[in-house]
Design a protein around this ligand. Sequence first.
Ligand code: GTP
Ligand code: MG
Length: 139
Amino acid sequence: MTERTFSIIKPDATQRNLTGAINAMIEAAGLRIVAQRRILMTKEQAEDFYDVHRERPFYGELVEFMTSAPVVVQVLEGPNAVVRYREVMGATNPADAAEGTIRKAHALSVGENSVHGSDSLENAKIEIAQFFDEGDIVG
Ligand code: GTP
Ligand code: MG
């Protein structure tokens, strides 16, 4: 089924000029970038976005990192986009990520892991709506 998922190219990647290299891996995997914007997240945006992790010990560090430099927020579209993009990203910790994945190729650590992707279709809808108006997504 054709789905949409939400992606973030994180500060560690934008700072190393890896936006194009990561987009090439996304497109090679059969996912189409149907909306994209480079932004500097506010502290409030990062706190809201990662609200589920509020009680975790790394929450402060995570918010600090996500606001430390620009990110690229994206909507990706394609067959089974949510699961497909999780496969393309690889495991959260790059040490565990499979060969050929974005995190294996580019991530620096479990925190600075280059990309975010929604973990369910329900969360994808919520996350997309946090950063895009429906009219800005051209499929
Ligand atoms: P996201 O797609 O970014 O949500 O990654 P994920 O779903 O693979 O991981 P999870 O939702 O469990 O964690 C969200 C993000 O928090 C991760 O991508 C990391 O950037 C960060 N994170 C997770 N665990 C740690 C940790 O132990 N230390 C630090 N510094 N950051 C962490
Ligand atoms: Mg997650």
